[in-house]
Design a protein around this ligand. Structure first.
Ligand code: AHR
Length: 504
């Protein structure tokens, strides 16, 4: 017999969080492991295009409708000389990458990556190296990428075959500079100063760009919150966003606690907003600081195997987490969490996109396939564009090791007024029971359910590694509208996408 728990929700057009900035569906490609080489770029692959980019991978990236890709790191960027990756490929040096103890061949660099991004309809969120380098290399890269012509760096770009500027709009001022693992790790004061000075120079070269300052590498860093406050004291007037990073893992195999981790992400976002607003208050500023959650995902499966990798190899198998069904549920809840903060989180990047902690995997010379986490990410990116509504939710709750009052129902909704569409995203965290959802949609007259997609599986540890179609969504959910409310069953441990459209 199936048991049910009851949940209720109210959706009203007037209760809004804010507009979704499409860039919250961004992702990330780092020169790390097989993300670039054997991932997006494999010139000998039968499906490689004229530039060596895998067309099967590009097709999957397009399915995800990724608007923005952060590049080239990550930890990698803190030792990267961008000049190594431009100009004739045969002249490019091989370098030690100290971040990942690998050898970087520089066969792909800034221009090739800009070409790839254009092919998948994405913009690039370019990171500059504030680890081993600083103001000079950063402003030169902006000039190389964005200045039309008539100067040393812009003419160098033209001589490399790129007449038109790349017009990169969004830039990261380094990466995780608070972490001792970072090449050129800095104190908050040291980083705040170099970030402010780099920001000034970069914006003097191109005033149209937007800049992301590094926040803490995660919420449990000992310097968390003080780091943000100090960095923003130095940079507030020069930057537009502060970054957040977080990775979760079910290390203790405690599913109830694992699925509640999105509540930690929610607290993290709230704390960073509070810190931004504290600095705003101190400065009597009128400007709001926005958030760029530019690394988020599940990352833990590959930790042990990565210790076995031979140092200084090229494109080794690194950070190749194979995701389970339960990981897809948490990724769904993390997407819901980002949406709930659409008024302040304007950029987010699922870390990463191909092979490295990624929704898309490739086999050298072989196929490309979708991991379990591909699906919630795709659903949110494709259907979650418009205005995020602020639902009133009542759900039974549970307690876990680290969290109290965890709602079984985790949900939000996006109203796309242009297309007369309303989409509800919902996770049922219950391991025992289906949830009945009774959702009052009061002023959404004439809206009917057009699809109720469900991702569910009897085995929480199921992956798509051997059978690539093992964990896949199906569209046989039972949501219906009856007299102004949606009635649905959300199966135990499921990710649901309920799509409605105005019929009259
Ligand atoms: O995404 C993998 C790594 O995680 C990134 O290089 C770094 O920024 C973070 O620690």
């Amino acid at each position: 017999m199936t048991h049910h728990k009851q949940s209720k929700m109210i959706l009203d057009k007037a209760f809004k969080v804010g507009e979704v900035d499409d860039r919250i569906y961004g992702s990330f490609i780092e020169h790390l492991g097989r993300a670039v080489y054997e991932g997006v770029y494999e010139p000998d692959h039968p499906l490689a295009d004229e530039q060596g980019f895998r067309k099967d991978v590009m097709d999957l990236v397009k399915e995800l409708n990724v608007p923005l890709v952060r590049y080239p790191g990550g930890n990698f960027v803190s030792g990267y000389n961008w000049e190594d990756g431009v100009g004739p490929v045969e002249d490019r040096p091989k370098r030690l990458d100290l971040a990942w103890s690998t050898t970087e061949s520089n066969q792909v660099g800034t221009n090739e990556f800009m070409d790839w991004a254009k092919k998948v309809n994405a913009e690039v969120n370019m990171a500059v190296n504030l680890g081993t380098r600083g103001v000079d290399a950063a402003r030169n890269l902006v000039e190389y990428c964005n200045h039309p012509s008539g100067t040393y760096w812009s003419d160098l770009r033209i001589s490399h075959g790129y007449q038109q500027p790349h017009n990169v709009k969004t830039w990261c001022l380094g990466n995780e500079m608070d972490g001792p693992w970072q090449i050129g790790h800095k104190t908050a004061e040291e980083y705040g100063r170099i970030a402010a000075e780099s920001a000034k120079a970069m914006k003097w070269v191109d005033p149209s760009i937007e800049l992301v300052a590094c926040g803490s590498s995660n919420r449990s860093m000992p310097t968390f919150a003080d780091w943000e406050a100090t960095v923003l004291e130095h940079t507030y007037e020069h930057v537009d966003y502060i970054s957040l990073h977080t990775y979760y893992g079910n290390r203790d195999n405690d599913l109830g606690n694992y699925l509640a981790q999105s509540l930690d992400m929610d607290e993290f976002i709230k704390s960073v907003i509070a810190t931004c607003d504290y600095v705003k208050a101190k400065k009597r500023s009128k400007k709001n600081m926005y958030l760029s959650f530019d690394e988020w995902n599940v990352w833990f499966h590959s930790n042990e195997q990565d210790k076995q990798v031979e140092p200084w190899s090229e494109a080794p198998h690194l950070l190749e987490d194979i995701y389970t069904f339960e990981d897809a549920l948490l990724v769904g809840s993390m997407l819901i969490t980002l949406l709930k903060h659409a008024d302040r989180v304007k950029i987010a990047c699922l870390a990463q996109l191909v092979n490295v902690i990624a929704p898309i995997m490739t086999t050298k010379g072989g196929e490309a396939w979708q991991q379990t986490i591909f699906y919630p990410y795709m659903h949110a990116s494709v259907y979650g564009r418009g205005t995020v509504l602020d639902p009133v939710i009542s759900s039974p709750v549970y307690d876990s090791k680290d969290f109290t009052d965890v709602p079984y129902l985790d949900s939000t909704a996006v109203f796309n007024e242009d297309h007369n569409e309303l989409t509800i995203f919902a996770v049922n965290r219950s391991q025992e029971d289906a949830l009945t959802l009774d959702c009052d949609i009061r002023n959404f007259e004439d809206y009917q359910v057009i699809e109720h997609t469900v991702l569910e599986n009897n085995d929480v540890k199921a992956t798509n590694q051997d059978n690539h179609n093992n964990v896949k969504p199906h569209s046989n959910g039972d949501a219906v509208v009856t007299t102004g409310s949606i009635q649905a069953h959300l199966p135990k441990l499921s990710w649901n996408v309920i799509r409605l459209k105005k019929m009259a």
